[in-house]
Design a protein around this ligand. Structure first.
Ligand code: SF4
Length: 456
């Protein structure tokens, strides 16, 4: 029996609670409105000459996938994208002005929405606008999220020629019944060839996104999807846990709750995914990513340079993240801020000469300690107490005297294991690592907020 098969129904019940995905700490619901521009300027002023990570949010999609929790706008009117690019240019000029001088960008990521919904002209324009204000590192990671329904091998070559060198494709599931239920039809015979096409075009890493926990999925059906994907050997796979929060994401009300796999089945699906991918030579990265041994994400894990942010897991820990476009969240020098989500608001603010920031948070000293603890657990699946002590001049056991006893159940259930230096998350514990990290989340534990999805 493998370590991962140790979940029984009682354990699932005990640990199946809701909590953040810890793409930030504190989680974004704790950001506050009217965040002062002085804090933003102070943070940007500290960036000095360092290279940056840049995120660009392109919110448009042609049709709504019922499960989707992204910030998106569904439209068939491509003129809206042109107008958005006008606004984006104004935001770029403003952020460049606040930064004070040209910066090199080591990591650029286009997310959405569907960045591949931009037509060729719009894609080139958006890319050129970024180059007008920033220097792209020729060795940098320049990535784009692609919707297979908008891509062909020819279009993939075009994206490579524009300057992208990393591609992630949203596959989700190949089961036709699941695709129909989630309102996202993308037949296997059109989608699968895109992966070798991207590798042939010269993309250095091709990543595939799958989602488990969707209606009508079972361990067996998901195993079949995974086996199909493995025929073309992507460099990476992200296997996301579907977050069912229909009170917040209204389109999820299209699903019958009875069609969703129960918690035990979800654990069985993910357990099977893990076993299959490990035996196919992939490494488990963080909570839900898998990468081939030669992939830079694996390298980043081994070098301690893996980070977790709003794009999931990525390389280049330590770079300041400047995020542009509606709803985008920046993390610069211990300050988070989030742009407004409204397209009109965004337009009005940038054309009035104002950065379109809606809310933010300056991390306190306590937040910074907990940020490192939580991100280290989420990325490295363990914690060395003396690292925290050295970085923050605290005595770990004294500082976390309230939290440490709350880990007792995790040790007892073989989800955590003591080490000479602290603890490590076991293979079974990875399934519940959000719960383990949550123990150290003072903001959440001191509040009555419950807007987060179930951990399982
Ligand atoms: S899943 Fe992607 S394509 Fe579908 S609605 Fe969401 S952002 Fe758009």
């Amino acid at each position: 029996m493998t370590e991962q098969t140790l979940f029984d129904t009682e354990m699932v019940k005990k640990h199946d609670r809701s909590g953040p995905r810890y793409t930030s700490y504190p989680a974004s619901p704790f950001f506050t409105e009217d965040y002062p521009m002085a804090a933003v300027d102070k943070a940007l002023g500290k960036v000095a000459n360092s290279p940056l990570s840049l995120y660009v949010h392109l919110p448009f999609c042609s049709a709504l996938c019922w499960y989707c929790g992204c910030h998106k706008t569904i439209t068939r009117d491509r003129n809206r994208i042109d107008r958005y690019l006008d606004d984006f240019e104004a935001e770029l000029a403003l952020i460049a002005e606040h930064l004070g001088h040209r910066h090199q960008v080591k990591q650029l990521h286009w997310g959405g929405g569907s960045p591949s919904y931009l037509d060729d002209e719009q894609t080139t324009r958006c890319f050129d606008l970024i180059k007008k204000y920033f220097d792209l590192d020729p060795e940098g990671e320049i990535s784009i999220e692609g919707d297979p329904r908008q891509l062909t091998p020819k279009r993939i070559r075009f994206l490579k020629d524009v300057g992208f060198n990393r591609l992630s494709l949203g596959l989700q599931d190949f089961d036709p019944r699941v695709q129909e239920t989630i309102n996202r039809i993308q037949p296997e015979k059109e989608t699968l060839p895109l992966i070798p096409a991207a590798i042939d075009a010269g993309f250095k890493s091709v990543s595939v996104d799958l989602i488990y926990g969707l209606p009508h999925q079972s361990r067996q059906s998901f195993d079949e999807t995974l086996a199909t994907v493995l025929q073309v050997k992507p460099n990476r796979l992200s296997v996301f846990n579907y977050a069912h929060i229909p009170n917040i994401i209204k389109s999820q009300k299209m699903f019958q709750e009875a069609d969703l796999p129960i918690a035990e089945e979800k654990l069985a699906i993910f357990q099977s995914v893990t076993e299959t991918l490990l035996s196919a030579g992939y490494r488990h990265i963080g909570m839900d990513h898998f990468a081939r041994e030669d992939d830079e994400l694996t390298e980043a894990l081994d070098k301690g340079e893996l980070q977790r942010n709003f794009q999931g897991y990525s390389t280049c820990a330590g770079l300041d993240l400047v995020a542009l476009g509606v709803s985008a969240i920046s993390y610069v020098q211990g300050h988070y801020w989030q742009n407004t989500k409204g397209l009109k608001d965004y337009r009005d603010m940038v054309h009035a000469g104002q950065l379109p920031i809606k809310k933010g948070l300056t991390l306190t000293q306590d937040d910074l300690v907990r940020h490192e603890v939580i991100m280290t657990i989420m990325c490295g699946m363990g914690l060395n107490f003396s690292d925290i002590e050295n970085h923050h001049q605290v005595n770990f056991k004294d500082y976390f005297q309230e939290e440490l006893p709350q880990l007792t159940d995790f040790f007892a259930d073989n989800l955590l294991k003591e080490t000479d230096f602290g603890f490590e998350v076991t293979a079974a514990g990875r399934f519940l690592v959000r719960n383990i990290a949550r123990v150290f989340d003072r903001r959440l534990n001191n509040s009555s907020r419950n807007t987060f999805s179930k951990v399982i």
